[in-house]
Ligand binder design. Sequence first.
Ligand code: ADP
Length: 450
Amino acid sequence: MTGPAVLLQMALRVEQDIFVVRQRGREVAAAVGLEHQDQVRIATALSEVARDLLHSSNGADVTFAVAAGPAGRPALQVDLTPVRPLEDGRYQPQSGAVARLVDMLGVVQEEGDTVVRMSRRVPANAQALTPERLAELREELGRSAPGSALDELASQNGQLIAALDEVRSQRDELAVLNEELQETNRGVMALYNQLTEELEETNRGVVALYAELDEKSAQLRAASESKSRFLANVSHELRAPVTAIIGLGRLLADSASDPLTAEQARQVGLIRSSASDLLGLVNELLDLAKAESGRIEPNWAEVDLRALYGQLRGTLRALATRPQVELVVEEPPTPALVRSDEVLLAQVLRNLLHNGLKFTEQGEVRLSAERVGDRWSLSVSDTGVGIPPELHERVFEEFYQVPGTTRVGGTGLGLPYARRLVTILGGTLELSSEPGRGSTFTISLPVGGA
Ligand code: ADP
């Protein structure tokens, strides 16, 4: 479409013409395919503007045309050219709502004239406005004579009633919607209250559970403290009499004392060795009680594993009494430094090596060291009897000894004590073993200490 295609022109000069302009506006709007609502809108806007111009400019010439609107869609365009030019070239509708009735309402300059223009898009589903169709419309509109003011008033009334009806039905719809909304709100509130209640109920349960848990762990702590205190007291009290028995035994067996019969000497020997075993047990109990009560404070220092291993190699050689068992102490890789307590660490390693030698009939017991990231991994492995997998954790319990191994002696306190010490040093002590193939105890220690 090039320029606007004019469909109808008319003059607005007297009050009566306002009705005619309104009526014709609606007719043209219907003819080009505007929907009923839009026909009423543009007709209403037109009669408002016509009234304004009649009073301010002595009327206007009105042109109805089809022009290209936004996005190339056709639009109905109505131009009102005032008879007397608009004051300072501007037009402001009396009612602000008028502009909202159409897509565009404003003043444009058209061939030197100041024109008030309004337009409204033709919907996409309307019949196509081809040049032929436009010619047809022009002819139809030219033929139809404008009705009287009364006719227009009657039709305007009809439109008003229809609009009122619509407003009422919309209000009813709104009331129904409101009702539904309130209903939904009540439902949501009920659900929310129920959820809140359930949550509070659950919370109360959790709180009670925690209180119970706290109480239980306090009881457990108290029980463990009593046990440590008992062990410490009993072993402490036992140490003096046992030491006395050993001393007395030594005195009896002394060559400076009265000579004993062979039988007496044998019995005194038994008393002395039993008392020595007992002293060993008492000492181990005391150590464990001390470790468990948290009274062992490590003496942190930079420990040279090479020196420590060398020392163990020397002192333990004497223990390796079986010729079929070799004690191998590997050289740790340099720099072999770890922040730890040398005395405690030596105690643990000695304990593990001692066990290895005790439970190995032939083969070897090996002490090695490996640096893994920022940790040291110290292993004591042997080719001895091994430990069944289901007992791997039990051997770390106090007094537990694998059935059938008791004849080699011991108290069942060495491993729990060793694990306790390693924990105090910030590390872990783990076991991997298979019956008949040997065992490996691995201490993992952070290089920088606990
Ligand atoms: P003890 O050696 O004084 O009996 P431990 O706590 O050191 O006590 O060890 C507990 C038990 O674990 C031992 O009695 C033994 O049955 C088993 N055990 C420990 N070390 C080894 C090992 N290297 N090989 C096989 N069994 C072992």
